[in-house]
Structures are given as structure tokens and as C-alpha cells.
Design a protein around this ligand. Structure first.
Ligand SMILES: [Fe+2]
Ligand SMILES: [Fe+2]
Length: 182
């Protein structure tokens, strides 16, 4: 694999792994703060980040040994509103800067597997930013967010509220590949 795309996969793996842990922690905090739906949103999205991390890791299956992962991470366990803003900030960076750059680089270098993995992540992060914005608006007005069942595509991490679709719009996986957070 080309070195720059491999480094981008390492960095993206680090970023997704940390987002996975952070959303778990912030989900527990939302539960304590009295926002069960916001907690469920964090837990559903934490699972989506695990899918992305696993996809990136699998693309690196032939790279053996230790590597540095350079990834931005948002820190702090504040009130749930602040944590949601942290989620919005992290997702927005991934949507506007990180994944488009990684995706175009993978295309340029002809790295098809990495291109697919970056595309799956980019597509999901767009939904995550919107979910966190919706939850923050509710929490800032003193309420928990109204939230139907959350559905995560276990192939690409695409995140959806409501019934699972017959086919994932991002990767084409069938309905039975979705995991629900009801
Ligand atoms: Fe995300
Ligand atoms: Fe999918």
C-alpha cells in the first residue's frame, strides 16, 4: 500500500477508536444527566465509530508492527450540552477536512479498499453531526431529544433513525445487516 494512504488509515483508525470511547463515556454522562435518548444516541453512534475503526483496521491487515497514529481528539467530560458540542466539532472536522482529503488521496493513489473505507466513514459522519445538533438543541432548551429507534449498518456504519431500510443507501447491505438501538 502507498505510504500516505497507509498513514491516513492509521490516523483514521486512531480517530475512530477514540471517538468510539469518547461517545461511550459521554453516553454514560447523558444518562446521569437525565437524558436517556441522548445517551442512546451516543451509544448507537459509538457503535458506528467501531464499525469505521474495524473497516480501517482490516484495510491495514498486511501492515504488521507498531505505527504512530496522529489523530485529533476532543477532551473533557462536561455537561451533556458541552459534550454534544464536542461531538459536533469532531464530526465537522472529519466531514469538512479529514475524510474528503483522505478519500481524494486514496483515489489519487488507486487504493480502492481505503477509498471505500473512507467513503463509508465520511457518509456516516454527516449523519452523526446532524444527530448531535438535534440533541444539543433539545438539551439546550431543557429537554431530552425525541428519538425513534436508531439503526446502524454493520457494514458501513451508516446511521439512521426509524425502521431499518431494505437496503443501506451507502453500501447496499440488506436490512438484516442493521443493528438497532431501540
Ligand atoms: Fe461519527
Ligand atoms: Fe451500509
Amino acid at each position: 500500500m502507498h505510504e500516505i494512504t497507509a498513514a491516513n488509515l492509521h490516523n483514521a483508525y486512531g480517530g475512530e477508536s477514540m471517538a468510539h470511547m469518547r461517545y461511550r463515556t459521554w453516553g454514560d454522562k447523558a444518562e446521569k444527566d437525565g437524558y436517556p435518548n441522548t445517551a442512546r444516541m451516543f451509544r448507537a453512534i459509538h457503535f458506528a465509530e467501531q464499525i469505521h475503526a474495524n473497516n480501517h483496521f482490516r484495510e491495514l491487515k498486511d501492515m504488521v508492527g507498531g505505527f504512530f497514529c496522529n489523530s485529533g481528539a476532543v477532551f473533557g467530560i462536561g455537561p451533556t450540552s458541552q459534550n454534544l458540542q464536542g461531538g459536533i466539532d469532531g464530526e465537522t472536522f472529519e466531514i469538512n477536512e479529514m475524510y474528503p482529503t483522505y478519500l481524494e488521496t486514496a483515489k489519487f493513489q488507486g487504493e480502492k479498499g481505503a477509498e471505500r473505507s473512507f467513503f463509508y466513514a465520511l457518509s456516516s459522519e454527516k449523519t452523526h453531526a446532524a444527530f448531535f445538533q438535534k440533541a444539543k438543541a433539545a438539551v439546550d432548551s431543557g429537554k431530552d431529544v425525541q428519538l425513534g429507534p436508531m439503526q446502524i449498518c454493520t457494514v458501513c456504519g451508516w446511521t439512521h433513525e426509524g425502521d431499518a431500510p431494505d437496503v443501506c443507501p451507502i453500501c447496499g447491505a440488506k436490512k438484516d445487516k442493521f443493528k438497532a438501538f431501540p
